[in-house]
Each structure stands twice: as C-alpha cells, then as structure tokens.
Design a protein around this ligand. Structure first.
Ligand code: PHE
Length: 496
C-alpha cells in the first residue's frame, strides 16, 4: 500500500480487529514494540492519512508518593498502631506505652489518625469504642495503598473517598494530570484490503554495498517525511557575515572582476586628497576620522604631493579651477584608519594607469560613529571600479543592477547624489518589502581624480555598505546583532 510503512500496516491490522479504541500501552502490548515512540509515530501516521481516528482524554493519574511507598511495604501507621493495640491488653493502651513503642515522629500523628477514626483519650488512655470498625477501615485503606504499589492508576477507576482521604495526608499519594490518547480504525482504514496490509521488506538505508547489486531495483523504499520536525543540527558553520562576503566575492568573480585589497592604515593623501576631497571638508575632522599617533605620518613622494597641491589649489592639469586656498602637504601625510575602501581602487589606478581593469574588494573601514541600531565605528564596504576607455554611467548602473540581482534583489534604482570625487554621482537603492533602501554611493570619477593618477579613461566607481545588505538578507533590525558572539543566535541565522 503506497505510503504506509510496515509499522503502520501492523498497527492498522490491530486496530481493525479491536472492538474498542486502543491506548498507547495496549498498542505497545499488542505490537510488542517496547518503544512507545514507535507506537505513537505509527498511530499518528495512520491518523494523518485518515485510516485511524484519535480521541484524547484528559485524565488524572494517581500514584504513590514516598510515604505511600513506605506504607505499601511496612503498613500504614494506623494499621501498625491498631495491630499493636490488638496485641496489648486494653488497660495498657496508655499514651506513655504508645510513646515507648513508637517513634516520636509517629506516636503523635498516629494517635491523631486514630482519633479521626473514632478513638478517644480519657485519663491518658486510649479508648476505641468501635475497634472492629476501625480495623476494617484501616484494612480498606491498606488495600487501596497496596493496589497502587505496582502502577499508577487513573483517578476515575479508584475509590473517590480514598483518593480524597489520602490527598489530605502528606506524601502518601501524588496526582499527575495527563492526556490519554486512544485510536480506533476509521471507515477508510477498514476499506483497505488485507493484501494492502501485508508487510514488505523495505530498504530504509541506502548504502554503497546496496547500490552495487541489483536487488534494490525490485525492493520497496521506506518513505521519508521531509517535513517532519527534526532537531537543528548544531555543527560548525562559517559566520553568516563571512558567508555573505564569500558570496559577494563569488558574484564579482563570476562577473569578470579581480579582487584587490589594501591596508587599514593609510595617509590622508591617498584616502582623501587623491579623491579631490578638500582639506577643510568636515568629514576630515578628528570627530569623524580616526587619526593615528603611531605612525603619526606616512611619507608620500614630493612629485605626488605637488600634483595634488596643483589640482586642489588651481585645478592644474585639468579643466577645473580647483578648491583654491593653500594645500597642506603635512596634512596630506597624516596617518589615519581608512574611512572608505575607495582608497584601494584609487591606488590601484595609480599603480596601473594604462591597464584597463575591473576590480573589486570587500574591506573593513573605520569612522568615528556612535554605536546604535544602524551604526558601527567599524564596518565593511563593497568597493569596485571599471577603468577602461568605454566606461560609462549606463555601464555602472547595469553592473550594480546585475550584482544586486545576483544577490537576490532585482529591483534596483539610482538617484542623483553628491560626492566630491564623482561626477555624475549616484546613490543606489534597492526595493525591500515595499521600501527603497539606500545601500551605497557610486559615480564616474572626476578628472580632478583621474588625471593626477595618470589616466584619461573614465572610471565607474562604487562603494556599498556590506552590513546593511547583511541585515536585509539575515532579517536583522539591529546591526549589532551581526557582531554578538551568541552561538545560539548565530546558529539560527539563515545559511547563505
Ligand atoms: N566612498 C563612498 C562612501 O564611503 C562611496 C563611493 C565610492 C561613492 C565610489 C562614489 C564612488 O560612501
């Protein structure tokens, strides 16, 4: 029968023969399966397919507590006391002799129980008007306790008065609420033919040995439910951010780009002056940039400094009129932590001015930011350039659109923006849950940037945020979650 495994077939056969619904323990007796999980698994499988129906019954199970266990072996306190009284002459039923033969922890409570059963105390002596009645009651109680000594029992099958009595005494019985499940066969289950319930040999493990022969071709395979809940495998895995970086690298490599990298420590000259960022630009202040004390400065060739000075002061070598003012060569040689990875692409052009190139890099950058939900002082940029004769704005937009489409976001748009080093400048946005999110800047490098570098070709350039993309892909709303070393949280992040 398609879909039914051997256990389900066996269980269905049993349900078909039973005139009443069967619970887990009777099913496990009848199937001979000691593991109740097998019984429940098969019964649930049949229920899901409509061959069996399930009825649930809330129940209270009663079992012996620690005192009850003792009473089952040694006798209830009242039984032992009555036995003792029976063995003595009633004139010796004094409180004094009771406390001699019974432990202190038992004498008082025992007499208390007997008084509840009708005993009285007069002049230090115990009197029990209806001794036979008390004995009967104690026997009745003892047999109730004994009846529970083997297994727990359903409260509805027990003497209600006894349950009420013992639940008032400490440690004798315990109650446990549980849901009992019973299965019975349905009309559909009855309609299967006996042949459909014949168990067949099933292959439940595919081994290399098995595949070497031909036997498997005629055998049946055990069906697997790939939707069944399963524990999360907690093995090692790359950090989600690392996986994302690797995916980005794969995408750019696939698009024909080569990878470049650079140092975290750079001079202000390469990080900013080469990009025609004016020396009095607000982003260059100590509040925004991490300047270094050691090294305090990094030497740059005089000829290079002269070139930047000329471009910044009067636009020499270009059609620009420059920023004016006086270019500070000391300032240019100050050491800092790179504030963007654009420094890598600019240096790449300076080193290869006449070789066309398409390069990218994913790297860490540093800015003096106050940490909050969307800001970190250290983050990553996805940087790249296309440096070749025919480089153009449409080529730039198409490249970024292709990149984001390959990353899973095909709705990309660009908007005008401003950067001191690009003209035109654009901002790249992607559509995410109906909202446009800005992911980075791009543009064509200005002649003030490219001419001092020694090239006449246009350069498409971009710098995108990695963490913002990561937040979208991983579904986070706080950037800090990316860097928290909580293994439980990390292990639950999507595999990229
Ligand atoms: N460097 C810019 C930033 O850090 C991004 C950018 C790169 C813009 C290249 C234009 C060209 O935001």
């Amino acid at each position: 029968m398609a879909g039914l495994d051997n256990r389900e077939k066996r269980l269905l056969g049993i349900l078909r023969e039973s005139s009443e619904p069967l619970g887990v323990s009777s099913l496990s007796d009848k199937t001979g399966w000691s593991d109740q999980a097998h019984v429940v698994g098969a019964a649930m499988g049949l229920t899901e397919r409509g061959f069996a129906s399930l009825a649930e019954e809330e129940s209270v199970l009663v079992k012996l507590g620690p005192e009850g266990q003792r009473a089952a072996h040694e006798g209830l306190l009242e039984s032992r006391m009555l036995d003792w009284l029976e063995s003595k002459d009633p004139k010796d039923w004094t409180m004094a002799s009771i406390s001699m033969d019974f432990d202190r922890s038992e004498a008082g409570p025992g007499v208390g129980i007997l008084r509840d059963m009708g005993a009285q105390i007069a002049g230090g002596r115990l009197e029990i008007p209806d001794f036979e009645g008390a004995l009967d009651e104690a026997k009745h109680r003892q047999s109730f306790i004994k009846g529970l000594s083997e297994t727990s029992r359903n409260a509805v099958d027990l003497d209600e008065g006894m349950v009420a009595h013992f639940s008032r005494r400490r440690g004798l019985i315990e109650m446990e609420r549980s849901t009992l499940r019973f299965w019975s066969v349905t009309q559909e289950g009855l309609s299967l033919s006996p042949e459909q319930l014949v168990e067949v040999e099933q292959i439940n493990e595919i081994t290399p040995g098995l595949l070497q022969g031909d036997d498997w071709k005629t055998k049946e395979f055990k069906p697997f439910d790939i939707h069944a809940p399963a524990p999360l495998p907690l093995g090692g895995r790359p950090h989600p951010l690392q996986s994302l970086i690797d995916r980005i690298r794969a995408v750019f490599l696939e698009m024909g780009f080569s990878e470049i990298s650079g140092n975290f420590v750079q001079s202000a000259g390469w990080n900013m002056d080469a990009l025609f960022i004016p020396q009095d630009h607000p982003a260059r202040t100590m509040q925004d940039t991490f300047y270094l004390e050691d090294p305090h400065s990094i030497e740059i060739e005089q000829s290079r400094l002269e070139q930047w000075a000329g471009t910044h002061q009067e636009g020499s070598g270009t059609t620009s009129s420059g920023w004016g003012g006086t270019f500070d060569k000391e300032e240019s040689q100050r050491a800092l932590l790179r504030t963007h990875t654009t420094v890598n692409t600019v240096r790449h052009i300076a080193e290869n001015p006449s070789i066309p190139s398409r390069v990218f890099g994913v790297g860490r950058v540093f800015r003096q930011e106050t940490i909050d939900r969307t800001h970190l002082p250290e983050f990553h940029q996805i940087e790249g350039i296309i440096h070749e004769e025919a480089a153009s704005l449409p080529m730039l937009v198409t490249t970024l659109r292709t990149f984001y489409t390959k990353m899973g976001y095909s709705d990309v748009r660009v908007r005008p923006a401003y950067f001191p080093y690009t003209e035109p400048s654009i901002e790249v946005e992607i559509l995410w849950r109906g909202k446009w999110l800005e992911l980075g800047g791009a543009g064509i490098f200005r002649p003030e940037v490219t001419q001092p570098l020694g090239t006449d070709w246009p350069v498409c350039a971009w710098g995108m945020g990695l963490e913002r993309l990561a937040m979208l892909i991983l579904g986070l709303d706080d950037i800090r979650e990316l860097y928290q070393p909580d293994l439980m949280v990390l292990s639950k992040m999507p595999i990229l």
